[in-house]
Design a protein. Structure first.
Length: 317
């Protein structure tokens, strides 16, 4: 199903196909393009669900530190400071991180890191917040920290249970994500359902793990992504929104009323994700005026806009 058109000049240059599902607060389907029950790898969109599992298992962080547990961060200085703080509070160091070494996502942060004489590091890989929180969870629960990535580890079994509970789908497949942590499959509808539950929990009384995750992400969107990131921009634009991008064309978001969206671009491209997410959110009832800047994805010619990436559905953008 075509989700987005790439226009350059007066021609459609490319078409991105995929799947989108928009759920109403009661879980009914407002819109389904492609297959809403397609089984996907949610990639980093799984992080808020993994964070719920960590809180259930004894992790005691909130605010910026919990937002970083859900993040694919830029590795700007403010992100790295929080990761170091999580590790230090648990009596751990950067050497305990087992995520794949990489450079910062943010170009200026990567330049500064290289200029300072550093190489690719686990600390600066975008998933280091999640891995630091996983290690801190193990310390809180009295579990082994050296084997925290093992699918048989109690932490990873807790993640399977949380994903099953929140999505309503027992994961049918498992593999290893780019960062080295276990990755579980879900249906697109199940992923949307989970985000709706996390976002709706924010307004509920009490401090359930779902509410804590939703509150941390909504209150600290910069820590979930960073400078120039659309996941940060969309949460800043829409009050109460809980959103998370994922590699290979995945996005999921939940609204304060429990409505939700999830999408998968079939070719794995990241270019159309922001435009498609914004269009899906208008279907979910968000004022298009809040989303126009987020949706704007210009196509450049000699550094100037000569076209745009446009969703094939939605209104007012």
């Amino acid at each position: 199903m075509p989700l987005a058109l790439v226009r350059r000049g007066d021609l459609v240059e490319s078409v991105h196909a995929g799947h989108v599902v928009v759920l109403a607060p009661d879980g009914s389907v407002r819109l389904a393009l492609g297959d809403p029950d397609v089984v996907v790898w949610p990639r980093s969109s799984l992080k808020p669900l993994q964070a719920v599992a960590m809180l259930r298992s004894g992790l005691d962080v909130d605010g910026e530190r919990l937002a970083l547990a859900c993040a694919s961060h830029n590795a700007e200085d403010g992100h790295l400071d929080v990761v170091r703080g999580v590790l230090a509070a648990a009596g751990l160091t950067e050497d305990d991180l087992q995520n794949t070494p990489d450079w910062p996502l943010h170009a200026e942060a990567a330049f500064a890191w290289r200029t300072a004489g550093h190489g690719a590091a686990s600390l600066t890989q975008n998933c280091s917040g999640k891995h630091a929180a996983m290690l801190a969870t193990c310390r809180a629960a009295g579990w082994d920290t050296a084997t925290y990535r093992d699918p048989a580890h109690p932490l990873q079994r807790a993640v399977v249970q949380a994903v099953t509970d929140l999505t309503g789908d027992a994961p049918a497949h498992a593999t290893v994500d780019g960062c080295g942590a276990p990755l579980l499959s879900t249906t697109l509808r199940g992923l949307a359902r989970a985000f709706g539950r996390v976002a709706a929990a924010v307004a509920e009384p009490g401090t359930s793990p779902e509410a804590r995750v939703g509150r941390a992400m909504a209150a600290h969107p910069w820590h979930v992504g960073g400078t120039g990131r659309d996941v940060t921009a969309v949460m800043q634009a829409v009050p109460g929104l809980v959103a998370k991008d994922g590699a290979d064309g995945v996005y999921a978001a939940g609204l304060a009323d429990g409505g939700a969206v999830a999408l998968k671009v079939a070719d794995g491209a990241g270019r159309p994700r922001a435009a498609v997410l914004a269009a899906a959110l208008t279907v979910a009832g968000v004022d298009p005026a809040l989303l126009r800047d987020v949706a704007a994805t210009p196509v450049l010619g000699h550094g100037q806009p000569v076209g745009a990436v446009e969703a094939t559905f939605g209104t007012g953008l």
